[in-house]
Design a protein around this ligand. Structure first.
Ligand code: AMP
Length: 146
């Protein structure tokens, strides 16, 4: 069996997000793989900032919304026992920037939830669908039931 070297878990802070991280963590343990955590920030205007820009987690910010996003990611990372250096906040469009991040960082498995913040309107959410179609590596969609 091929083993994974670098697993990326991608979260949108929906209530089921922890299950996605937990599944990725189990897989990382089995494969003894590097585990990274990614959130693509798409809901706060970031004028002048090109898509794909990494937002440092440990720099203070006056933006209350951005501070809250950072806090959530750090908390999820801690709960998932993911090293701070491997938690990433990236400004962009989730449908493109999850797979772009994976391409640029040698990721060989992306773990997403089957749906996210927007609920279970379709069986496979639109972000999950886009990741599945654009990824150059394996993708695992963790079935989330409401
Ligand atoms: P959706 O297709 O939007 O319902 O979301 C499905 C899954 O895609 C979520 O459970 C997350 O794993 C991932 N996802 C959605 N939005 C984002 C985001 N902004 N950043 C990172 N991952 C996301």
């Amino acid at each position: 069996m091929d083993t994974y070297q670098h697993i990326l878990t991608s979260v949108d802070y929906s209530p089921h997000g922890r299950r996605v991280v937990e599944k990725a963590r189990q897989l990382a343990r089995i494969h003894q793989a590097q585990l990274s955590l990614l959130h693509v920030l798409d809901n706060i205007p970031m004028p002048q900032m090109p898509y794909g820009t990494v937002i440092p987690l440990d720099q203070p910010t006056d933006n209350v919304l951005l501070a809250a996003e950072k806090t959530q990611l750090i908390k999820l990372g801690k709960e998932g026992e993911i090293d701070h250096d491997h938690c990433w906040l990236v400004w962009g469009a989730p449908k493109n920037d999850i797979t772009l991040f994976a391409d640029n960082n040698g990721v060989d498995l992306i773990v997403v939830g089957s749906h996210g913040r927007h609920g279970i309107a379709s069986l496979l959410g639109s972000t999950a669908n886009a990741v599945l179609h654009h990824a150059h590596c394996d993708v695992l969609a963790v079935r989330l039931k409401d």
